[in-house]
Design a protein around this ligand. Structure first.
Ligand code: AMP
Length: 276
């Protein structure tokens, strides 16, 4: 992959990169389409990264369907599919990790302490291997986007980070490879997550700037479901990811709910007062 990228760069090609863990859905494909628009050659990686899973998490059961993914990726404009082996990326004796401090220990990082360390490490490795000019990430995992932007800035990676909007099912549920874990009852209630966010977004547009009020409104809305358990509902600054009391700049309303039956964690967010 490194040799291929070097040849592409030498011949003046712009490389666009989309990292994924596979089990591709339309969200991943929209990132691929965005990468195609910004580059001459698109590289998609499929790698279920062990470093971003805690021992009790779903690394072993995470859906893997390489043949199907490969066919879809090719059909949708992926030029190079990078599918590395685990023992090549993390051979025995592997010791080096990259951490973006503070940002990685709040919100998702508070619930999953080593998660972002695993994400920034693998993205850093991929940037060194694929040497992309641009890399596309999804807004659905917005804390990840903010952390990667910070890493790119702090470590001077010559890579432009492009954020693609969240792709949703027809009823508003954000697409996720983990949605397959949902029971029927959970799947029925899951769209409430986005509806609650849209309600708060409308209240913001009507002039509400108090984050306490917006959060209360979402909490009340979610209380209609006996199967969605909010883990956190917060309003954060879109750059620092720090909580804000009154919205005065572009902010993100971020929610995570855990479902009662399958214990799946569902993430979603909307932007208010600007763009990401
Ligand atoms: P994953 O395979 O879950 O690690 O995700 C790979 C990339 O796809 C990440 O940048 C995610 O943010 C992005 N992604 C996942 N789901 C969606 C979605 N519904 N809409 C847009 N991007 C997504």
């Amino acid at each position: 992959m490194q040799q291929t990228s070097e040849q592409l760069r030498t011949s003046g090609k712009r490389i666009g990169f989309v990292p994924t863990m596979g089990a591709l859905h339309d969200g991943h494909l929209s990132l691929l389409h965005t990468a195609c628009q910004h580059s001459d050659v698109t590289v998609m990686s499929i790698f279920v990264n062990p470093a971003q899973f805690a021992p009790h998490e779903d690394f072993n059961t995470y859906p893997r369907m390489f043949e199907k993914d490969a066919a879809v990726a090719r059909e949708q404009g992926c030029d190079i599919l990078f599918y590395p082996k685990e023992d090549v990326l993390y051979p025995q004796g592997y010791k080096t990790f990259v951490t973006v401090e503070d940002l990685s220990s709040a919100f998702e990082g508070a619930v999953r302490p080593s998660h972002f360390r695993g994400v920034t490490t693998i993205v850093c490795k991929f940037f060194n291997i694929v040497a992309p000019h641009i890399a596309v990430f999804g807004q659905k995992d917005v804390q990840q986007v903010i952390i990667i932007r910070k890493m790119v800035h702090d470590l001077h990676f010559p890579v432009r980070i492009v954020v693609a909007p969240t792709v949703r099912e027809h009823d508003g549920l954000a697409m996720s490879s983990r949605n397959v874990y949902l029971t029927e009852k959970e799947r029925n209630d899951a769209p409430l997550m986005y509806q609650g966010l849209l309600k708060a977004q409308k209240e913001y547009e009507a002039g509400q700037r108090s984050t306490q009020k917006l959060i209360q409104s979402i909490e009340t809305f979610y209380a209609q479901s006996d199967i969605l358990e909010p883990e956190y509902i917060s309003v954060v600054d879109s750059k620092s990811f720090e909580t804000v009391k009154t919205i005065t700049a572009t902010a993100l309303i971020v929610v995570v709910c855990r479902t009662k039956e399958s214990r799946t964690r569902l993430l979603d967010n909307v932007v208010v007062g600007g763009a990401l």
